[in-house]
Design a binder for this molecule. Structure first.
Ligand SMILES: [Zn+2]
Length: 148
């Protein structure tokens, strides 16, 4: 593994959502509009994100409501990689470099950097991300060792 791979996240979008749900909600799914826990899961085929219906205020919501990830069209892995890249390097990463590393345009990279700067639970979230990526890496290492 090169130093450059450290920020790489190989989760599926679904796994990213699971991580965010655990991070923001723990085991309780809470409506962002009325704080009720009374919900049903909307089953929508081929959707990678869980949509919940609040039985109290009759509104649909996902874990992304009221977070920096709300309404994003980018894969969540790119957000997660931005969070890792902007916090792990000692020098502030430029939009140009970020754009190159995670394969987005410079404008998108600028927007990502600005949004991630406003992510108030960053430290906590990074810990979770690092634990997950470490675990993943160990599993992958074991897999490659077995097949070799
Ligand atoms: Zn509600």
């Amino acid at each position: 593994m090169t130093n450059d791979d450290k920020f790489k996240i190989n989760f599926t979008n679904k796994e990213c959502i699971d991580i965010l749900e655990a991070f923001y909600w723990g085991t309780k799914k809470i409506c962002p509009y009325c704080n009720s826990e009374n919900h049903s899961l909307r089953i929508i085929k081929n959707r990678e994100i869980n949509i919940y219906h609040c039985n109290n205020c009759n509104t649909d919501y996902t874990v992304l409501v009221n977070t920096i990830f709300q309404n994003t069209k980018l894969p969540l892995t790119k957000w997660f990689e931005t969070i890792l890249l902007t916090t792990q390097s000692t020098k502030k990463i430029s939009a140009r470099l970020l754009a190159h590393k995670i394969c987005v345009t410079k404008d998108t990279a600028l927007r990502l950097i600005k949004n991630v700067e406003n992510f108030d639970a960053k430290e906590e979230f990074i810990q979770i991300l690092e634990e997950r990526t470490k675990k993943e890496r160990i599993i992958n290492d074991q897999k490659t060792r077995k097949t070799n």
